[in-house]
Write a protein that binds this ligand. Sequence first.
Ligand code: M6R
Length: 589
Amino acid sequence: MCGIFAVVNDKSNQAAQTTLIGLKKLEYRGYDSWGIALIPEKRKKIKVEKHIGKIGQAETKLPNGNIAIGHTRWATHGGVTDRNAHPHLDCKKEIAVIHNGIVENYKVIKSNLSNKGHVFKSETDTEVIAHLIEEKSKKVPIIKAVFDTFNSLVGSNAIVVLDTNTETVLACRNGSPLVAGIGNNQFFLGSDVPAFLKFTNRVHFLHDGEAVVLSKKGVKLYDLKSGNEKMLNAQILDWKMEDAEKGGYQHFLLKEIVEQKNTIPKTAKINKPALKTISEKIRNGYKIVMSACGTAYYCTLAAKYFFAQLGIESETYGSYEYLPFTKFANKKTVFISVSQSGETADTLIAARAAKKQGAYIVAVVNARGSTLERLADSTLSVGAGPEIAVVSTKAFTAQLSTLYLLAHYAINKPEKGISKIYQLGKSLEKWINTKLFTQITKLAATLINNEDLYLIGKHLNYPASLEFALKIKESSYIHSEAFAAGELKHGVITLIQKGTPCFVLSSNDEAKDEVLSSAAELKARGGKIIGISPVKSAEFDFHIKTLDLGDLTFFPNVIVGQLLGYYLGIGRGTDPDKPRNLAKSVTVK
Ligand code: M6R
């Protein structure tokens, strides 16, 4: 939640404009409001610009200067107003602060500071940070004032502080992501790499308990507790600028959906040593427990079917519901945490709890340098590249194909899994084309005014239906609800009336006939049946033909949902890259 950007020693001397470019790349992390603070040339007082709403095509009128910080907000404390937008200033306007996280003890800090005469202008928890630094810096140098302030905050937080007196940017991390970019004599900070990828791919991902100080001379790394300087070993990422650009597509969401024909087969090339290590544990009797949130949770549900069909038992939990079951994890548990960002608070809490029980933690993660990766014993990095759209698509399918591979490694048949994933990539390459887009656009046009859609699927097509429904909800705000086909007669069928759109997801498998019987029951109640399946059937009023790939039909069936959500969103005037109320990574409980 919230996007953070900073630049020091901006070459163009237009640090505010550079910050705006960075913030536009981070808007997926929060889009209630945005703001920039700049030290203007030859001036001591900070200049601030703040606006509510999306950053979109915004421009900034801030003057020249080579040092600035900026923020895109996903509101937690305080409504969406200009005043509550970050950055926040101290009383003397010499310190500006941006923040990602929640300061759980902000009320106590605020009341102490008010008693000392500090005046607050916003309702946010963030503003107390600026004033506390101001108070502390009366007695100690700014670096100590910032570190001491940060160490006194309760909660998961990342802060970035702009100090006019030293012309530095100081940043601290505990639980919320921060990455430093080391360019050619200009230096950056971002919540995520795409923010500054245009300028540099040389990075340091801050660990919890670390801080950096950016000045004209470079970037220094510190340990927050001791205050001592540490050695900074920057790494070069293989990400390119194009990865964070729309590349001719109208939206990142569509670009990322199309990219799946490459990102899925890529998973068969990577992670081989880690897959071997983890699969040995599974063969040696370790029990698989998976945990994740949202789309990543549906990935684990699908993986559970993939494991089961190869004779491997596994369990999965929404991470937010895992704690009552933590006690069953032990030294013979392989605990697989799945996450695009690797920063989801509930997912991290569950993984830490399992780790405490002695479980072997595996991170199946897309973003680089994440907290989840650091706490894991082993990482399956799914390599889908930056996923910018808030709605997860390519990260989901890359995670699932990685788990599909893991299942095959576990039964000692890696080559079979690898060749099936390559085949899937080839089939998707041909199938994702204009003809498919046209068909789905036509279907979207018939559904655009519906407020309720229902979906059914059985076995693998049950998690496929859940994920399909989530894509429709997120991208188009249409209420879409998925059920296991077997659940239909136990109450759900009351919802079906004449003309109710009912999606029936099926594959050419053992469950097909049963699902089609359910489709017939829906049709008999007036339901308009939309078949998503490799095989046409008399029950379907509308059919999107997918690929007949056995268990891997799951993938094209879900991709139809991703595309349909996208086109419904376009038709209903939503922003498919930034759905209302959502943030790309949910770093609070
Ligand atoms: O970063 P994560 O994969 O841990 O995020 C989990 C969910 O928040 C995420 O999948 C969410 O459901 C997306 N909006 C799905 O499109």
